[in-house]
Design a protein around this ligand. Structure first.
Ligand code: IMP
Length: 201
């Protein structure tokens, strides 16, 4: 399956995760930076999948190559699923990843129910009318303090169920083996295989 896929994201951490997960499966990925493409589509969708499609389609419209995007976020039970699709914008403008993480901890200060999960929606635009979609999750709970230097975003405060390490204390491959993005991308790779198998018939 030696085909080129453009990773429709400006997040360098996501690029690394996409490559580490997809390249060993023979799916060749190039970043927007490597392609010299500038795209910053506005995320006007109301679901993770709608936003993933918006980002992938914007890049497909620029380059005409299969373009794959992830829209993801952390959903906290005690906050009714927030920040959810607003995870990257939590607290409004002017905050960085670390500020948002501390804001979430502060908003959860008096909360005993720490249950949370990450969702990743993958949309890959293969052609004008051809889209492959996949979704993945990881369930766990929020810590009370950040731990670990790996990963990005809310990783330092997320303990997956069955683990005593946050996803920021895990090496890249260990996180990818259980993460929402890893799960979604593995499902995507399966669907891609079926897609090419059907196309060959
Ligand atoms: P997006 O680029 O709109 O999909 O934003 C996703 C946001 O959700 C990121 O900026 C992070 O704050 C958070 N997020 C998504 N995936 C992860 C992850 O794997 N670890 C930590 N935070 C994540």
């Amino acid at each position: 399956m030696e085909k080129k896929f453009v990773i429709a994201t400006n997040n360098p951490h996501k690029v690394i995760e996409f490559k580490r997960i997809l390249e060993p499966m023979g799916i060749h990925c190039v970043s927007l930076k490597e392609m010299g493409i500038q795209s910053d589509a506005e995320e006007t969708g109301t679901t993770f999948m709608e936003n993933a499609y918006i980002k992938a389609k914007a890049v497909f419209d620029i380059c005409g190559l299969p373009s794959v995007a992830d829209d993801s976020g952390i959903c906290v039970d005690a906050l009714g699923g927030q920040p959810g699709i607003y995870s990257a914008r939590y607290g409004g403008e002017g905050l960085n990843d670390e500020d948002r993480m501390f804001l979430l901890l502060k908003n959860m200060e008096s909360e005993e129910n720490r249950a949370a999960h990450f969702t990743s929606a993958i949309s890959c635009v293969m052609g004008e009318e051809r889209v492959i979609e996949a979704e993945g999750y990881i369930f766990g709970r929020l810590t009370r303090e950040p731990r670990g230097e790996h990963g990005f975003g809310y990783d330092p405060i997320f303990l997956p169920d069955g683990y005593e390490m946050t996803t920021a204390e895990m090496e890249g491959d260990a996180k990818n083996a259980i993460s929402h993005r890893g799960n979604a991308l593995r499902e995507f790779a399966e669907k891609l295989k079926e897609y090419y198998h059907d196309a060959d018939k």
